[in-house]
Ligand binder design. Structure first.
Ligand code: SF4
Length: 262
C-alpha cells in the first residue's frame, strides 16, 4: 500500500477542471473499474449523476443511505431511478430503527450535539458498511451550492472510507444543472417543486422561502449552527487527510507511467 494525500491531487485537479462531468464519470470507471460507485441521496444533483451514468452507459453501483426516516417521496425517487435507469442501487441502513434509538437515547436531533450523534449513527455509520468495497465514490457536490462547498475540489480524499471522492459536478453552475435536468427530463424528487431546496431526513428538513439560502431548511430548529451531516468529508474540517491504496492504483489515478528497468 502507498499513501495519497490531497496535495498529491492538486495538479490532476487543475487539469480536470476542463473536463465535462461525463468525461469525469468515464475516467472514474476506467481508473477504478468495479471498485467505484455513485453515492447519491437522490436529490436533484444526485439524480443528475445517476442519469449521466444511464445516458453514457457507464455502469456502476449507486450507494444510497436510508436513515429510516426519509420522506416517502425520496424512496419512490430512488426506486424509479433504479428501475427506469437500470441502475443497481445498494441501500445501506442503520442497524437500529429510529424508534429504538429514541427509546435508548431520547430525541437526539433536538440539540446540536445530538444531531451530530444522530447523523453519525444514521448516515455516516451505515455508509461505513461499504468500507473496503470501493476505491472511489462519485458524488454530486457542487461549488454553486455555496457555503463549505464553494471550494469543493473535483477529487477529494475520504480518509474515513479510505477512498477518493470524485465530485463530477463540482464546477457545474446552477443554470447548467437546471438546463441538464430540463433537457433530459431527469427523474427528480417531487419535494423539490414543493419548496424543498435540499432534502434529507423528514425530522430535520423543511421547505425554504424563495429568498432564503438553499440549506436554510436543514436543521432549521437548531439555527445556523447545523448545516451538514458529516457524511461528506469536504463539508467538515478534518485536517490533513490521507488514504492508503495500492501503488499501481495511485499511479493510474495520477496518470503516471511505470517504467521497468531490467
Ligand atoms: S438529519 Fe436529523 S434525523 Fe436524520 S440522521 Fe441527522 S439528526 Fe438524525
Amino acid at each position: 500500500m502507498a499513501r495519497l494525500v490531497q496535495a498529491d491531487l492538486d495538479n490532476l485537479n487543475s487539469a480536470m477542471e476542463s473536463r465535462s462531468p461525463q468525461e469525469l464519470l468515464t475516467w472514474a470507471k476506467e481508473t477504478f473499474g468495479a471498485r467505484v460507485a455513485i453515492l447519491s441521496a437522490m436529490q436533484r444533483a444526485g439524480a443528475t449523476v445517476c442519469h449521466m451514468a444511464y445516458a453514457t452507459g457507464v455502469t456502476m453501483d449507486v450507494v444510497f443511505v436510508d436513515t429510516g426516516v426519509l420522506f416517502q417521496e425520496t424512496l419512490i425517487t430512488r426506486d424509479r431511478i433504479a428501475t427506469e435507469y437500470g441502475l443497481n442501487v445498494v441501500t445501506l441502513s442503520p442497524d437500529e430503527t429510529m424508534e429504538d434509538q429514541t427509546k435508548r437515547l431520547g430525541v437526539l436531533y433536538l440539540s446540536a450535539e445530538g444531531q451530530q450523534q444522530c447523523c453519525e449513527m444514521r448516515k455516516s455509520a451505515p455508509l461505513m458498511k461499504a468500507f473496503g468495497r470501493y476505491d472511489a465514490l462519485v458524488a454530486s457536490l457542487r461549488r454553486g451550492d455555496g457555503g463549505r462547498r464553494s471550494k469543493v475540489p473535483i477529487l477529494a480524499i475520504d480518509q474515513k472510507m479510505n477512498c477518493l471522492r470524485v465530485n463530477i459536478l463540482a464546477n457545474v453552475s446552477n443554470e447548467q444543472l437546471e438546463q441538464y435536468l430540463a433537457e433530459h427530463n431527469v427523474i427528480v424528487n417531487p419535494l423539490h417543486s414543493q419548496g424543498y431546496a435540499t432534502i434529507g431526513c423528514n425530522r430535520c428538513t423543511t421547505p425554504v422561502l424563495p429568498d432564503e439560502p438553499k440549506r436554510a431548511g436543514r436543521w432549521r430548529h437548531l439555527g445556523p449552527w447545523a448545516a451538514y451531516c458529516g457524511i461528506n468529508p469536504t463539508d467538515v474540517d478534518r485536517g490533513d487527510e490521507a488514504v492508503d491504496l495500492p501503488q499501481e492504483l495511485i499511479d493510474r489515478i495520477l496518470g503516471r507511467k511505470t517504467d521497468f528497468v531490467i
